[in-house]
Write a protein of this length. Structure first.
Length: 424
């Protein structure tokens, strides 16, 4: 994934490329982007001493229902903010063995690393196996799962689609690779370990459901309500829920240190307080930190010691906040896969960052620090997530598999987000 020096170097490159791209767009709005098959021209600023320059691209892999032959796949590739310029179809092998390994890894992880999760310990089984045995057991399943994911995505059956990705995208492109699937087991796979991402250092995995609607833009009257100086600040609603055994003050300090922020904090609020905040004001970012609670059907956020709620309980408030301009939700807590199920059903948030599995407190804090540092300096959101995820490797001697936890969930029609976009 890269050394700290390499990550820092790429961070600076991304910032510079983003600024150059935005400058070019402002100066040459009438110039069409080249099609995927056409060569890049001198209209584009260059970087890395290469004749190619960064293009903002979106590649969408949509997975259908399994058939006897395998899983049907469609691929669309195009520029961000434009219709796809290319579409092709293909197949993936059935993932039966892969999903069995994924379930085994998830069970091993949750049993062995429960001590500092932002989830109540009563929700996970506890074993008496030694830490060394736990780690070795989990690493073995980790290696097998990584190998099987690469075998699956590098299979001969999937080769035509994979070769289209390789031929139509350049390594310097900034890419959202969107996996659209309704299969909750495939969503759980750490697909970022696919070696394709090693060829594309400015690409990040994005999860989405298979069907979606064009995301509505804030209405003019709502947008007009944000007057200067408020309009020059990023409005954040931070909800600090049940914090028993957690250090949520660290999360709050990181948010307060951001530049150009108007921060409102609700500490262990009642449900009515949170609902009123969503209805009565406009927000750019919704942030939640604290414990979560799993039930058989849903993932619930613990607002305080006595009250929990699901995203379904806030459906109308979240929808109202989105119409008023909410762009990003960060759930720095919990087992996010069941939360993804709520997002799929309710279609209320354009972009969400969450954790794939239960997350240790220190890992949640480190991810937030790394992500906010990159994002607030101009890195596009999906690339800031990748940088932060890769930086978590530095914690894996103490918290194995930390870099497998962050997940970016997005409506494919939502535009890439930068800190500058939020301020404007």
């Amino acid at each position: 994934m890269g050394t700290p020096h390499a990550i820092k170097t790429r961070h600076l490159q991304i910032v510079e490329l983003t600024k150059l791209t935005e400058l070019f767009a402002a100066q040459s709005l009438s110039s069409p982007f080249p099609t995927p098959c056409s060569p890049l021209t001198s209209h584009y600023p260059t970087a890395w001493g290469d004749q190619h320059s960064a293009r903002h691209k979106r590649a969408v892999l949509k997975l259908g229902l399994p058939e006897s032959k395998g899983i049907p796949v469609s691929l669309q590739i195009g520029n961000e903010g434009a219709l796809p310029q290319l579409e092709t179809t293909g197949w993936l092998p059935l993932a039966t063995e892969l999903l069995v390994t994924q379930a085994a890894w998830q069970q091993t992880y949750c049993q062995n690393y429960h001590q500092a999760f932002r989830i109540h310990v009563s929700e996970v089984q506890i074993t008496n196996v030694s830490y060394q045995e736990e780690t070795e057991q989990c690493r073995q399943v980790h290696q097998r799962l990584t190998q099987q994911i690469n075998s699956w995505l590098n299979s001969e059956l999937f080769r035509p689609v994979r070769e289209t990705l390789l031929s139509q995208l350049h390594p310097t492109d900034m890419i959202r690779l969107v996996f659209q699937t309704d299969d909750v087991q495939i969503r759980a796979l750490p697909l970022h370990v696919w070696d394709w991402f090693d060829r594309y250092p400015q690409a990040e995995l994005v999860l989405s459901q298979s069907t979606y609607c064009q995301w509505p833009q804030p209405t003019a009257p709502q947008a007009a309500k944000r007057q200067a100086p408020e309009a020059a600040k990023v409005k954040i609603l931070a909800v600090l829920g049940d914090s028993q055994g957690l250090d949520l003050q660290r999360d709050l300090d990181l948010l307060r240190a951001l530049p150009d922020v108007a921060l409102t904090c609700l500490v262990e609020p009642e449900r009515s307080q949170l609902n009123d905040a969503l209805w009565e004001q406009s927000w750019d970012i919704l942030f939640f930190a604290g414990h979560s609670r799993c039930t058989d059907q849903t993932q619930q956020l613990r607002l305080n010691a006595n009250e929990s709620l699901s995203l379904h309980d806030l459906k109308h408030g979240l929808r109202k906040a989105t119409v008023r301009g909410l762009k990003l939700a960060i759930f720095n807590a919990c087992d996010g896969l069941k939360l993804l199920k709520s997002l799929s059903q309710e279609l209320v948030l354009p972009t969400t960052i969450l954790m794939r599995h239960p997350v240790p407190d220190k890992v949640a804090q480190a991810f937030l620090k790394y992500f906010l540092n990159s994002f607030s300096q101009g890195i596009p959101l999906h690339l800031a997530v990748r940088e932060a995820r890769e930086q978590l490797e530095g914690l894996e001697s103490q918290f194995p598999f930390a870099s497998w936890l962050p997940v970016l969930w997005q409506n494919p029609s939502a535009q890439p987000i930068t800190w500058t976009h939020l301020k404007s």
